[in-house]
Each structure stands twice: as C-alpha cells, then as structure tokens.
Design a protein around this ligand. Sequence first.
Ligand code: WT7
Length: 637
Amino acid sequence: MPTHLLDDLDAWRKAWLDARNDPDGFWLRITHDLIAWRRQPSRGLDGSYLTLREGPITWFADGTLNVTESCIDRHAQAHPDKVAILWEGDEPGDVRRITYAELLDLTSRAANVLLEAGIQKGDRVIIYMGMVPEAAIAMLACARIGAIHSVVFGGFSAEALRDRVRDCAAEVVITQNVGLRGGRTLPLKATVDQAIQGESSVRRVLVLHRAPAPDTHLHPLRDLDWHQALAAASPVCPPVECAAEDPLFILYTSGSTGRPKGLLHTTGGYITYVAWTHRQVFGLQPDDIYACMADVGWITGHSYIVYGPLANGATTFMFESTPTYPDAGRYWDMVERHRLSIFYTAPTAIRAIAAQGDAHVTRYDRSSLRVLGSVGEPINPEAWRWYHDVVGEGRCPVVDTWWQTETGGICISPLHGATPTKPGAATLPLPGIIPALLDGDGHLIWGPGEGYLCLEHPWPGQARTVWGDHDRYIATYFSAYAGRYFTGDGCRRDADGYHWITGRVDDVLNVSGHRMGTAEFESALQSHDSVAEAAVVGFPHPIKGQGVYAFVVLQPQAETPDAFFDDLNRLIREHIGAHARVDRFQLAPALPKTRSGKVMRRILRKIVEEQPEQLGDLSTLADPQVVQALLAGYIPA
Ligand code: WT7
C-alpha cells in the first residue's frame, strides 16, 4: 500500500528505491490512492529536464480531476461535521470552526460569485488578504471553477501588488476592508484601490468586511461585499473538470535578478505531492489537530495550510496574528486551548520566542503535541534543541523540512519519528527526490562533501514554468547544470548521507523566512534622487536569520538630510512592502567592481560577515583601493 505511513528507516529506504527505480509506477499508485480523480491517469511523467525547450514536463497527463473534490466534497460526504478549518483571530480566544459541510457550502457560493463576475476557467484572480478563513475559501473557489489564483502576501505594497496584477492580467481581486495583525489595522482595500488605479485588467473587487473601519469605500460599479454576495449566491456549484496539467495557481517569488517570477503550479501532480508529503512527513493521524503558522501568501500556506491538509481530510488551523501578540506565549496558549498535536513554524519565530524566556512556554500544557516542524530557513542547532527540549519536552520529533516555492512541497526532511534526527540537519530526501551536490566546475560530489544543491529527476509537485516566460524558467533553474534542477542553495552531506542546508548561494535574501531579491532592494534605493548606486547583501542576524545591509553611493553633490536613511527605507516599503527594510546602511565612495563593471558581491558579503581576512583574490577589481575604504566604513551591529 503506497499510503501506509513510512515508519522506520527501512520503510523509507524501500520507498526511496521504489520511487527511483520506477517513478511512474510509484506516483501512479500514490495518486490513485490519495486523490479523487474523475478520469484516472494511466501516464506518469512525460518529458525531462533535457526537453524543456519543447515544453514543460507533465505528470498524469491523461487524468482529469477537480482538486476541490479531493479537498472538500469527499470529506463533506464522509464526515460532514469534522472541523476542516479551525481559526483563531488576532485576539486570543476569537475562534471560528468551519466544518467540511460548511466549507463545501461557502466554497460553492464563492465560486458562484466568481462565475457571476464573469470569471471562467483559466482566468486569473488575485487574492490579497490576511489570515482569515475566507482566504482559503477564495483559493478553493477559484480551483472549483478552474480559475487560476495568485495569492499576494498582505504585507506587499501597492506597487508590488500592481506589478503582480499586471503580470498575470488578473480580472478579479479578492481582499478585505482591513486586515488585523498584532493589534494593528492594515488598510488592505485602500492598497488594492491604489494598485489598480488607472488602467487595469481588474473588473471586480470582492471585499470581505473583516472589522469596522471608518473609511472603506466600495466603488459602486466595481466592488462587491463578500458577505452580501455569498448570501445571495447558490450553495451548489458543480466542480469544473480539469486536466491534470491545467494551472492551479501562480505564486510570485524573488530570485537573484529582475522582477519576481510567477511560478506556475498545476493540478494533478501538485495535489498528489502535497497530500502525500503532508501525510508522510507529519505522520498524520485522523484525530490530529494540525497547525501550520505560515501565511497563505507564501507557498507553505498553500501546500501545508490549505491543499495538503484538506486533501487528507485533516483539521487545519489558521492563525491571523503573530507569535508575540499579545506576548511570547501565544503559540503555546493556543496549543493548550486547541489541543494542537502537530505544530509547524519557522526558525525565526522559534528564536524570537526563545529569546523571551522559557516561562512563556512552560506555563502552558503542551501534552497534546506530537510532532514539531520547522521550515523556511536553516535552523541553527541551538534553536533546534530549544524547540525539541523545551517546547516538545524532549518527546516530539522535530522535522526540519527543506523545500521551496518552486518545489511545491517538502523535498528533504525527516519523517515523523521514523528518521533519526540531528539538530540542524534536514536529513534525507523524500522518496522521489534525488539530490545531487555539484562543485563550482559542475562535477558531481560523491559521498560526504559540500556543494551546490541540485535535484535530478522531476517529481509531481514541481512548478512547471514561469507564468508567461518559459525561457526564464529554463534559464533560471536548468541552465547552470544540464539535466538538473538547480535550487540556489548550498548543502553539506555528512557521512550518514544526511543533508545540511547552508543557505542561498545566489543573490536571494532570506529575512525572517521572507524571501527577497537584492535586486529589488537595489532598484528601490536607486529610485532616490541622491543615490547613484547601491548594493545590498545579507548579514548573519541572531533572530531574523539574515539582516539586510546596504552600501549606498551618493550622487556627486548630493545632500543627505538627517532622515535620509529613513527616507530610503520608506522607498523600500513603497516598492516592496512593510516586511522589507534595510537594517544597516553604509555610505560608500564606490562599489567594488570588476573591470567590466560588475559589482563583486562576494567581497561585500565577506565584509558584512566580518571576515575581511577572507576577502580572497582582489586582483580582478578595477580599483582595489575601494575595498580599504569599505572596510574602514563598516558599521558593526
Ligand atoms: C528557500 C525557499 C519552503 C517554504 C518556505 C520558503 C530556504 C526553506 C529550509 C530549511 C534550510 C530552508 C532555502 C530555500 N529554506 N526551508 N528547512 N532549511 N533552508 O519557501 O520562500 O521559496 O524559500 O528557503 O534557502 O531555497 P521560499
């Protein structure tokens, strides 16, 4: 049985070898078992990493389905009163429980509202919301009618939202009048208004009234009130039959260069992969109360708050607030009150709470906890031990799950107690995942060693392309090492074959688990009249994982008022969003460049990592003196 839980290392090894020797058979058995297909697929993978120019790879190409039947209908039939979404709002104790029967009703109504707004299969809908159940319902409503959703994290600015609306030519935006987070009010609807001002593809805005707010303005011809529209809509909406490779969603993410890319995930392979990995990694049991603290604006929220858990018929928890509101005990307060059994969060949250002292944890009853998960960035052994020993009282396995927006689901991770763990290691690849470490010359590293992490063979959950730019997809991920997917991460493999992710090796920053491109920061900084040039790099930060360090070269004769750096951070907030800011600025006379004019970030990185003795070869610099000036002006924490 493909769906039985892999519960020891031998079971893992057998499954891993099965998947490697016969990937089609392996995944077909799993998808037949876990997913409600309309027409069962007979094909596994078509295409390869070497044939991407001819078109994206496909999985299960002759199957048809609608993912909402897997995520809702069959559970609404089998156990209508089981809680599908357990939600806690910003204020402790503000709780909602939505059963599978209710989820079917609400999703169908929302789908009918979209149909009435003229949305058809293949059309794009942007969801710009906080962590409310309606965000999940909006995603599922799109899936119900074959529309493609693109969730934009509620912290992004109007400008960032506008870019995404434009890139995918969205016709509907779903938002809230305001968002609530950590006792603060976020003007989501006002930001949407700003983003779609002027000429826009957007014809309708659906607005959830989250809380009383004085000045939300509904445009009479364009905007609809969520509650009114759903109340008037039919609670029955037949699911649209989709091909396995029809798009399910677009999710924008930052890379080393240029604007964020819209990664496209499709239907049959994605739902198979997230359902299966959710089950295996967490060792899901029918009565689990499963809680992932991510935001639906990121891939973790898509795969492991919404699609994976619901496909498995689980109770999934949604949390609107922050780990430190009203105090650093909030998570464990909720663990006690809701009897949460699986708890999945990010290292940055663990470090932030640990810094506030153990008492915030120990004053709550955590006996319901069974498995603890970590995601988003490397977890340092100290934080891992605190999570394991203090939060989990030494009895809950910690699964450190490595994956990416691009991979769709977890790729390297221990399995729920089946895999012996080591603090700080993502351990072993899941069945279907074949990691390869390469050195700088593109040679494979066998056995223990450290190198660039690639993955060898396609798996069903992988993003198929970049929306509207398949060439960019190939160039970004498949051109560094022919025939392999390049992850952008560095990785060490130890003598036990365990994987230790060392972090990004490209110009991508990971600040508090938020993925941001240095290029996005630099373009925001350069939009200031006084800035001639800017270069941004990450530096090690005790809580956030990485902080942001900006080297700024002024225009000749530029004035720098007292609030200059605040102005620069305001620009960054406008261009990117409230989650982006520079921690440390250094005014620099010039940037270190090669003779051909390329900024040498390697050198800047060494300077901010406080390793000036390891600057390496400076002979290729156009002006080696620049480095001395930068070292002299370095701003320590
Ligand atoms: C990047 C992907 C995976 C969902 C959330 C982030 C880093 C992620 C781990 C981990 C070490 C990790 C990598 C990766 N990362 N999980 N367990 N250990 N690093 O998705 O925003 O696409 O970011 O996050 O650097 O490339 P994302």
